[in-house]
Design a binder for this molecule. Structure first.
Ligand SMILES: NC(=O)c1ccc[n+]([C@@H]2O[C@H](COP(=O)([O-])OP(=O)(O)OC[C@H]3O[C@@H](n4cnc5c(N)ncnc54)[C@H](O)[C@@H]3O)[C@@H](O)[C@H]2O)c1
Ligand SMILES: O=P(O)(O)OC[C@@H](O)[C@@H](O)[C@H](O)[C@H](O)CO
Length: 387
Protein backbone atom coordinates (compact mmCIF):
# COMPACT_ATOMS: atom_id res chain seq x y z
CA UNK A 1 0.00 0.00 0.00
CA UNK A 2 1.17 3.57 -0.66
CA UNK A 3 2.09 5.49 2.48
CA UNK A 4 1.02 8.99 3.46
CA UNK A 5 2.05 11.18 6.38
CA UNK A 6 -0.58 13.54 7.78
CA UNK A 7 1.16 16.09 10.03
CA UNK A 8 -1.55 17.21 12.48
CA UNK A 9 -4.46 14.98 13.51
CA UNK A 10 -6.87 17.79 14.40
CA UNK A 11 -10.04 18.99 12.71
CA UNK A 12 -8.70 19.19 9.17
CA UNK A 13 -6.12 16.41 9.47
CA UNK A 14 -8.67 13.92 10.74
CA UNK A 15 -11.86 15.42 9.35
CA UNK A 16 -10.66 16.08 5.81
CA UNK A 17 -7.17 15.41 4.45
CA UNK A 18 -6.43 12.20 6.37
CA UNK A 19 -9.79 10.88 5.18
CA UNK A 20 -9.07 11.84 1.56
CA UNK A 21 -5.68 10.11 1.73
CA UNK A 22 -7.15 6.93 3.19
CA UNK A 23 -10.00 6.85 0.66
CA UNK A 24 -7.44 7.33 -2.12
CA UNK A 25 -5.65 4.09 -1.19
CA UNK A 26 -2.98 5.30 1.21
CA UNK A 27 -2.02 3.89 4.58
CA UNK A 28 -2.08 7.07 6.66
CA UNK A 29 0.35 7.82 9.49
CA UNK A 30 -0.76 10.82 11.55
CA UNK A 31 1.95 12.80 13.36
CA UNK A 32 0.64 14.58 16.42
CA UNK A 33 1.57 15.31 20.02
CA UNK A 34 -1.64 14.51 21.93
CA UNK A 35 -1.11 11.12 23.64
CA UNK A 36 -4.78 10.08 23.85
CA UNK A 37 -5.31 10.83 20.16
CA UNK A 38 -2.17 8.89 19.18
CA UNK A 39 -3.19 5.92 21.37
CA UNK A 40 -6.72 5.89 19.96
CA UNK A 41 -5.45 5.67 16.35
CA UNK A 42 -3.11 2.81 17.25
CA UNK A 43 -5.79 0.89 19.11
CA UNK A 44 -8.37 0.46 16.35
CA UNK A 45 -6.59 1.66 13.18
CA UNK A 46 -9.84 3.26 12.04
CA UNK A 47 -12.16 6.10 13.06
CA UNK A 48 -15.54 7.54 12.14
CA UNK A 49 -16.24 10.90 10.52
CA UNK A 50 -19.72 12.33 11.15
CA UNK A 51 -20.92 14.19 8.03
CA UNK A 52 -23.58 16.69 9.08
CA UNK A 53 -25.86 19.10 7.23
CA UNK A 54 -29.29 20.68 7.56
CA UNK A 55 -30.57 17.83 5.33
CA UNK A 56 -29.36 14.96 7.50
CA UNK A 57 -26.22 13.13 8.59
CA UNK A 58 -24.24 9.93 8.17
CA UNK A 59 -20.95 8.37 9.28
CA UNK A 60 -17.99 7.38 7.09
CA UNK A 61 -15.36 4.98 8.44
CA UNK A 62 -11.73 5.90 7.72
CA UNK A 63 -9.49 2.83 7.63
CA UNK A 64 -5.76 2.00 7.52
CA UNK A 65 -4.64 4.68 9.93
CA UNK A 66 -2.02 4.83 12.66
CA UNK A 67 -0.23 7.58 14.56
CA UNK A 68 3.30 8.44 15.67
CA UNK A 69 4.31 10.99 18.30
CA UNK A 70 5.79 13.95 16.42
CA UNK A 71 8.26 14.51 19.27
CA UNK A 72 10.09 11.21 18.56
CA UNK A 73 12.76 10.38 15.92
CA UNK A 74 10.23 8.04 14.28
CA UNK A 75 8.47 11.12 12.86
CA UNK A 76 11.38 12.00 10.55
CA UNK A 77 11.68 8.33 9.55
CA UNK A 78 8.05 8.34 8.41
CA UNK A 79 8.58 11.53 6.42
CA UNK A 80 11.67 10.00 4.79
CA UNK A 81 9.73 6.92 3.79
CA UNK A 82 6.30 8.18 2.64
CA UNK A 83 4.81 8.60 -0.85
CA UNK A 84 2.86 11.77 -0.02
CA UNK A 85 2.53 14.14 2.90
CA UNK A 86 0.23 16.91 4.12
CA UNK A 87 0.23 19.37 7.00
CA UNK A 88 -2.72 20.77 8.99
CA UNK A 89 -1.20 21.97 12.25
CA UNK A 90 -2.16 25.66 12.19
CA UNK A 91 -0.19 28.63 10.86
CA UNK A 92 1.35 29.47 14.25
CA UNK A 93 2.63 25.90 14.68
CA UNK A 94 4.36 25.60 11.27
CA UNK A 95 7.77 26.82 12.55
CA UNK A 96 7.76 24.01 15.12
CA UNK A 97 7.40 21.17 12.62
CA UNK A 98 10.27 22.27 10.37
CA UNK A 99 12.97 20.32 12.22
CA UNK A 100 11.23 17.01 11.56
CA UNK A 101 10.54 17.91 7.94
CA UNK A 102 14.18 18.91 7.36
CA UNK A 103 15.44 15.72 9.04
CA UNK A 104 13.02 13.67 6.93
CA UNK A 105 14.27 15.35 3.76
CA UNK A 106 17.91 14.71 4.72
CA UNK A 107 17.21 11.00 5.35
CA UNK A 108 15.19 10.73 2.17
CA UNK A 109 17.98 12.24 0.09
CA UNK A 110 20.65 9.98 1.69
CA UNK A 111 18.53 6.95 0.82
CA UNK A 112 18.03 8.10 -2.78
CA UNK A 113 14.33 8.62 -2.13
CA UNK A 114 11.70 9.85 -4.53
CA UNK A 115 10.42 13.44 -4.67
CA UNK A 116 8.41 14.54 -1.63
CA UNK A 117 5.15 16.44 -2.14
CA UNK A 118 3.67 18.18 0.89
CA UNK A 119 0.10 19.49 0.61
CA UNK A 120 -0.13 22.56 2.86
CA UNK A 121 -3.62 22.52 4.33
CA UNK A 122 -3.26 25.81 6.17
CA UNK A 123 -5.06 29.15 5.88
CA UNK A 124 -2.01 31.13 4.87
CA UNK A 125 -1.30 33.12 1.74
CA UNK A 126 2.02 32.09 0.11
CA UNK A 127 2.30 29.12 2.49
CA UNK A 128 4.57 27.41 -0.06
CA UNK A 129 7.17 30.18 -0.06
CA UNK A 130 6.97 30.64 3.70
CA UNK A 131 7.57 26.92 4.27
CA UNK A 132 10.39 26.74 1.72
CA UNK A 133 12.16 29.61 3.51
CA UNK A 134 11.73 27.91 6.91
CA UNK A 135 12.89 24.51 5.62
CA UNK A 136 15.90 25.83 3.68
CA UNK A 137 17.23 27.45 6.87
CA UNK A 138 17.77 23.88 8.14
CA UNK A 139 19.30 22.36 4.98
CA UNK A 140 22.90 22.35 3.70
CA UNK A 141 23.68 23.32 0.09
CA UNK A 142 23.43 19.77 -1.24
CA UNK A 143 20.09 19.23 0.47
CA UNK A 144 18.78 22.55 -0.85
CA UNK A 145 19.71 21.48 -4.37
CA UNK A 146 17.85 18.19 -3.83
CA UNK A 147 14.88 20.11 -2.47
CA UNK A 148 14.89 22.53 -5.43
CA UNK A 149 14.31 19.55 -7.69
CA UNK A 150 12.38 17.15 -5.47
CA UNK A 151 10.43 19.02 -2.81
CA UNK A 152 6.91 20.01 -3.90
CA UNK A 153 5.30 22.44 -1.46
CA UNK A 154 1.72 22.49 -2.61
CA UNK A 155 -0.67 25.28 -1.68
CA UNK A 156 -4.23 24.10 -1.16
CA UNK A 157 -7.60 25.76 -0.67
CA UNK A 158 -9.17 24.01 2.30
CA UNK A 159 -12.86 24.79 1.97
CA UNK A 160 -14.33 22.10 4.24
CA UNK A 161 -15.44 23.58 7.57
CA UNK A 162 -14.63 21.44 10.61
CA UNK A 163 -15.55 22.85 14.02
CA UNK A 164 -14.09 21.70 17.32
CA UNK A 165 -16.18 19.27 19.34
CA UNK A 166 -17.22 19.91 22.92
CA UNK A 167 -14.95 18.62 25.75
CA UNK A 168 -17.67 16.04 26.56
CA UNK A 169 -17.70 14.73 22.97
CA UNK A 170 -13.91 14.56 22.93
CA UNK A 171 -13.81 12.76 26.28
CA UNK A 172 -16.24 10.13 24.97
CA UNK A 173 -14.10 9.52 21.86
CA UNK A 174 -10.73 11.29 21.30
CA UNK A 175 -11.09 10.70 17.53
CA UNK A 176 -14.67 11.99 17.23
CA UNK A 177 -15.08 14.51 14.42
CA UNK A 178 -18.01 16.20 12.64
CA UNK A 179 -17.65 17.87 9.24
CA UNK A 180 -19.75 19.52 6.53
CA UNK A 181 -20.35 17.53 3.31
CA UNK A 182 -18.24 19.83 1.06
CA UNK A 183 -15.09 17.88 0.16
CA UNK A 184 -13.34 19.39 -2.86
CA UNK A 185 -9.59 19.90 -2.55
CA UNK A 186 -8.23 22.51 -4.99
CA UNK A 187 -4.40 22.43 -5.12
CA UNK A 188 -1.68 24.26 -7.03
CA UNK A 189 -1.07 21.90 -9.93
CA UNK A 190 2.26 23.58 -10.81
CA UNK A 191 3.80 22.82 -7.42
CA UNK A 192 4.00 19.01 -7.55
CA UNK A 193 7.30 17.25 -8.24
CA UNK A 194 7.20 13.93 -10.09
CA UNK A 195 3.51 13.96 -11.03
CA UNK A 196 0.16 14.82 -9.47
CA UNK A 197 -1.21 12.14 -7.11
CA UNK A 198 -4.61 10.64 -7.76
CA UNK A 199 -6.69 11.78 -4.78
CA UNK A 200 -10.45 11.71 -4.24
CA UNK A 201 -11.88 15.23 -4.73
CA UNK A 202 -8.56 16.74 -5.88
CA UNK A 203 -8.94 19.80 -8.16
CA UNK A 204 -5.50 20.60 -9.62
CA UNK A 205 -5.58 24.24 -10.76
CA UNK A 206 -3.27 26.86 -12.21
CA UNK A 207 -2.75 29.78 -11.68
CA UNK A 208 -3.49 28.98 -8.07
CA UNK A 209 -3.53 32.63 -6.92
CA UNK A 210 -7.20 32.79 -7.94
CA UNK A 211 -8.26 29.93 -5.66
CA UNK A 212 -6.17 30.95 -2.70
CA UNK A 213 -7.46 34.53 -2.81
CA UNK A 214 -11.02 33.32 -3.32
CA UNK A 215 -10.65 31.13 -0.25
CA UNK A 216 -8.99 33.65 2.06
CA UNK A 217 -10.52 36.90 0.83
CA UNK A 218 -14.08 35.64 0.20
CA UNK A 219 -14.66 32.54 2.31
CA UNK A 220 -12.49 33.31 5.35
CA UNK A 221 -13.18 37.06 5.18
CA UNK A 222 -16.96 36.55 5.05
CA UNK A 223 -16.69 33.93 7.78
CA UNK A 224 -14.65 36.28 10.00
CA UNK A 225 -17.10 39.14 9.43
CA UNK A 226 -19.98 36.89 10.51
CA UNK A 227 -18.00 35.90 13.62
CA UNK A 228 -17.01 39.40 14.71
CA UNK A 229 -20.48 40.89 14.16
CA UNK A 230 -21.99 37.85 15.88
CA UNK A 231 -19.77 38.43 18.91
CA UNK A 232 -21.13 41.95 19.23
CA UNK A 233 -24.71 40.64 19.12
CA UNK A 234 -24.01 37.86 21.62
CA UNK A 235 -24.51 34.90 19.26
CA UNK A 236 -22.69 31.63 19.88
CA UNK A 237 -22.85 29.97 16.45
CA UNK A 238 -22.05 31.00 12.88
CA UNK A 239 -25.46 29.81 11.62
CA UNK A 240 -27.08 32.36 13.94
CA UNK A 241 -24.92 35.13 12.46
CA UNK A 242 -25.76 34.34 8.88
CA UNK A 243 -29.47 34.15 9.66
CA UNK A 244 -29.35 37.67 11.08
CA UNK A 245 -30.38 39.85 8.07
CA UNK A 246 -28.11 42.75 9.05
CA UNK A 247 -24.99 40.58 9.42
CA UNK A 248 -25.76 38.56 6.31
CA UNK A 249 -26.19 41.71 4.22
CA UNK A 250 -22.84 43.15 5.33
CA UNK A 251 -20.96 39.89 4.87
CA UNK A 252 -22.55 39.26 1.47
CA UNK A 253 -21.81 42.78 0.18
CA UNK A 254 -18.17 42.48 1.29
CA UNK A 255 -17.77 39.04 -0.26
CA UNK A 256 -19.17 40.47 -3.50
CA UNK A 257 -16.64 43.33 -3.33
CA UNK A 258 -13.81 40.80 -3.31
CA UNK A 259 -15.59 38.85 -6.06
CA UNK A 260 -15.37 41.98 -8.22
CA UNK A 261 -11.66 42.37 -7.59
CA UNK A 262 -11.03 38.70 -8.40
CA UNK A 263 -13.05 39.02 -11.60
CA UNK A 264 -10.98 42.04 -12.62
CA UNK A 265 -7.64 40.35 -11.88
CA UNK A 266 -8.30 36.88 -13.27
CA UNK A 267 -11.08 37.43 -15.82
CA UNK A 268 -13.19 34.64 -14.26
CA UNK A 269 -16.89 35.44 -14.98
CA UNK A 270 -18.33 37.51 -12.12
CA UNK A 271 -21.48 35.35 -11.95
CA UNK A 272 -19.33 32.26 -11.30
CA UNK A 273 -17.69 33.95 -8.30
CA UNK A 274 -20.91 35.46 -6.91
CA UNK A 275 -22.59 32.03 -7.22
CA UNK A 276 -19.78 30.75 -4.99
CA UNK A 277 -20.58 33.54 -2.51
CA UNK A 278 -24.22 32.39 -2.36
CA UNK A 279 -23.14 28.77 -1.92
CA UNK A 280 -20.85 29.77 0.96
CA UNK A 281 -23.61 31.71 2.72
CA UNK A 282 -25.81 28.62 2.48
CA UNK A 283 -22.95 26.49 3.88
CA UNK A 284 -22.48 28.94 6.76
CA UNK A 285 -26.15 28.23 7.64
CA UNK A 286 -25.29 24.62 8.53
CA UNK A 287 -26.87 24.46 11.97
CA UNK A 288 -25.97 20.81 12.53
CA UNK A 289 -22.25 21.68 12.18
CA UNK A 290 -22.45 23.87 15.32
CA UNK A 291 -19.45 25.94 14.18
CA UNK A 292 -18.73 28.55 16.82
CA UNK A 293 -18.15 32.30 16.74
CA UNK A 294 -15.13 31.96 19.05
CA UNK A 295 -13.42 29.45 16.73
CA UNK A 296 -14.07 31.35 13.51
CA UNK A 297 -13.11 34.71 15.08
CA UNK A 298 -10.29 33.25 17.20
CA UNK A 299 -6.76 34.68 17.02
CA UNK A 300 -7.57 38.18 15.70
CA UNK A 301 -3.83 38.98 15.77
CA UNK A 302 -3.34 36.60 12.83
CA UNK A 303 -6.66 37.48 11.21
CA UNK A 304 -5.84 41.23 11.15
CA UNK A 305 -2.46 40.80 9.44
CA UNK A 306 -1.93 42.56 6.14
CA UNK A 307 -1.66 39.22 4.32
CA UNK A 308 -4.72 37.70 5.98
CA UNK A 309 -8.50 37.73 5.32
CA UNK A 310 -9.63 41.19 6.47
CA UNK A 311 -6.89 43.74 5.86
CA UNK A 312 -5.61 41.62 2.96
CA UNK A 313 -9.05 41.59 1.32
CA UNK A 314 -9.54 45.33 1.92
CA UNK A 315 -6.17 46.16 0.33
CA UNK A 316 -6.97 43.84 -2.56
CA UNK A 317 -10.32 45.60 -3.20
CA UNK A 318 -8.62 49.00 -3.08
CA UNK A 319 -6.02 47.78 -5.57
CA UNK A 320 -8.83 46.87 -7.98
CA UNK A 321 -10.78 50.10 -7.57
CA UNK A 322 -13.45 49.16 -4.98
CA UNK A 323 -13.80 50.98 -1.66
CA UNK A 324 -14.05 48.18 0.92
CA UNK A 325 -16.66 49.90 3.12
CA UNK A 326 -18.11 46.64 4.46
CA UNK A 327 -14.77 44.93 5.07
CA UNK A 328 -13.66 48.00 7.04
CA UNK A 329 -16.69 47.50 9.30
CA UNK A 330 -15.50 43.91 9.74
CA UNK A 331 -11.99 45.09 10.67
CA UNK A 332 -13.46 47.43 13.26
CA UNK A 333 -15.65 44.61 14.60
CA UNK A 334 -12.48 42.49 14.94
CA UNK A 335 -10.95 45.30 17.01
CA UNK A 336 -13.97 45.00 19.33
CA UNK A 337 -13.62 41.20 19.71
CA UNK A 338 -12.89 41.28 23.44
CA UNK A 339 -13.16 37.56 24.17
CA UNK A 340 -11.42 37.15 27.55
CA UNK A 341 -10.62 33.49 26.74
CA UNK A 342 -8.67 34.38 23.59
CA UNK A 343 -5.15 35.51 24.50
CA UNK A 344 -4.69 37.21 21.13
CA UNK A 345 -7.91 39.21 21.53
CA UNK A 346 -6.84 40.21 25.03
CA UNK A 347 -3.46 41.37 23.66
CA UNK A 348 -5.15 43.66 21.10
CA UNK A 349 -7.56 45.05 23.71
CA UNK A 350 -4.62 45.84 26.05
CA UNK A 351 -2.70 47.50 23.25
CA UNK A 352 -5.71 49.58 22.23
CA UNK A 353 -6.05 50.86 25.79
CA UNK A 354 -2.35 51.49 26.34
CA UNK A 355 -1.15 52.63 22.95
CA UNK A 356 -4.21 53.72 20.95
CA UNK A 357 -5.63 52.90 17.53
CA UNK A 358 -2.82 54.27 15.33
CA UNK A 359 -0.27 52.09 17.11
CA UNK A 360 -2.53 49.03 16.87
CA UNK A 361 -3.09 49.58 13.15
CA UNK A 362 0.62 49.84 12.49
CA UNK A 363 1.63 46.97 14.77
CA UNK A 364 -1.01 44.36 13.89
CA UNK A 365 -2.09 45.32 10.39
CA UNK A 366 1.34 46.37 9.13
CA UNK A 367 -0.02 49.44 7.33
CA UNK A 368 0.86 53.11 7.91
CA UNK A 369 -1.58 54.99 10.15
CA UNK A 370 -1.68 57.65 7.40
CA UNK A 371 -2.63 55.20 4.62
CA UNK A 372 -6.00 55.28 2.83
CA UNK A 373 -7.18 52.05 4.49
CA UNK A 374 -6.06 53.18 7.96
CA UNK A 375 -8.01 56.41 7.51
CA UNK A 376 -11.15 54.44 6.63
CA UNK A 377 -10.66 52.19 9.68
CA UNK A 378 -10.17 55.17 12.00
CA UNK A 379 -13.27 56.91 10.65
CA UNK A 380 -15.39 53.79 11.14
CA UNK A 381 -13.95 53.17 14.60
CA UNK A 382 -14.70 56.75 15.66
CA UNK A 383 -18.23 56.55 14.23
CA UNK A 384 -18.83 53.42 16.35
CA UNK A 385 -17.51 55.11 19.49
CA UNK A 386 -19.91 58.05 19.01
CA UNK A 387 -22.99 55.77 18.92
N1 LIG B 1 -11.12 23.72 10.94
C1 LIG B 1 -11.43 24.24 9.79
O1 LIG B 1 -12.61 24.40 9.43
C2 LIG B 1 -10.34 24.64 8.83
C3 LIG B 1 -10.68 24.72 7.50
C4 LIG B 1 -9.71 25.10 6.56
C5 LIG B 1 -8.43 25.32 6.95
N2 LIG B 1 -8.12 25.23 8.26
C6 LIG B 1 -6.72 25.42 8.57
O2 LIG B 1 -6.17 24.12 8.80
C7 LIG B 1 -5.11 24.21 9.74
C8 LIG B 1 -5.40 23.25 10.88
O3 LIG B 1 -6.61 23.66 11.51
P1 LIG B 1 -7.45 22.68 12.42
O4 LIG B 1 -8.79 23.30 12.56
O5 LIG B 1 -7.31 21.29 11.94
O6 LIG B 1 -6.65 22.85 13.81
P2 LIG B 1 -6.62 21.86 15.03
O7 LIG B 1 -6.13 22.66 16.18
O8 LIG B 1 -7.89 21.11 15.15
O9 LIG B 1 -5.50 20.79 14.62
C9 LIG B 1 -4.13 21.01 14.72
C10 LIG B 1 -3.49 19.69 15.14
O10 LIG B 1 -2.08 19.89 15.15
C11 LIG B 1 -1.57 19.26 16.31
N3 LIG B 1 -0.28 19.86 16.66
C12 LIG B 1 -0.05 21.02 17.31
N4 LIG B 1 1.28 21.20 17.46
C13 LIG B 1 1.87 20.13 16.89
C14 LIG B 1 3.22 19.74 16.73
N5 LIG B 1 4.24 20.47 17.17
N6 LIG B 1 3.47 18.57 16.10
C15 LIG B 1 2.45 17.81 15.64
N7 LIG B 1 1.16 18.13 15.77
C16 LIG B 1 0.88 19.28 16.38
C17 LIG B 1 -2.64 19.47 17.37
O11 LIG B 1 -2.49 18.56 18.45
C18 LIG B 1 -3.89 19.25 16.56
O12 LIG B 1 -4.27 17.90 16.56
C19 LIG B 1 -5.05 25.68 10.16
O13 LIG B 1 -4.06 26.34 9.41
C20 LIG B 1 -6.43 26.20 9.82
O14 LIG B 1 -6.42 27.59 9.56
C21 LIG B 1 -9.02 24.88 9.21
O1 LIG C 1 -8.80 28.41 10.64
P1 LIG C 1 -8.71 29.91 10.76
O2 LIG C 1 -8.59 30.35 12.18
O3 LIG C 1 -7.69 30.48 9.85
O4 LIG C 1 -10.11 30.47 10.22
C1 LIG C 1 -11.32 30.13 10.82
C2 LIG C 1 -12.30 29.64 9.78
O5 LIG C 1 -12.64 30.69 8.91
C3 LIG C 1 -11.70 28.51 8.96
O6 LIG C 1 -11.16 27.49 9.75
C4 LIG C 1 -12.72 27.91 7.98
O7 LIG C 1 -13.67 27.14 8.64
C5 LIG C 1 -11.98 27.07 7.01
O8 LIG C 1 -11.00 27.81 6.36
C6 LIG C 1 -12.86 26.31 6.06
O9 LIG C 1 -13.26 27.08 5.10
Amino acid sequence: MKKAVMYGAGNIGRGFIGKVLSESGYEVCFLDIVPEVIDAFNKNHEYRVHIVSNDGDHYDVVKNVEAVNANTPEAAERIADCDLMATAVGVNVLPYIIDNIAKGIALRMERGGKPLNIILAENQLNADQIMRDYIYEKLNDGQKKWADENLGLVEASIGRMVPPLTPEERAADPLAIAVEPYALLPVDSDAFRGGIPDLVGLVPYSPFGFYIKRKLFIHNMGHAMCAYFAWQKGYEYIWQAVQDPEIRKMAEASMNDTANALHKQYGVPLSEITDHVQDLLTRFENKALKDTVVRVGGDPVRKLRKDDRLVGAALYCLEYGTKPEGIVKGIVAALHFNNPDDKFAVQIQDDLKKNGLDAVIEKYMGIAASSELAKMIKKEYAAGSEK
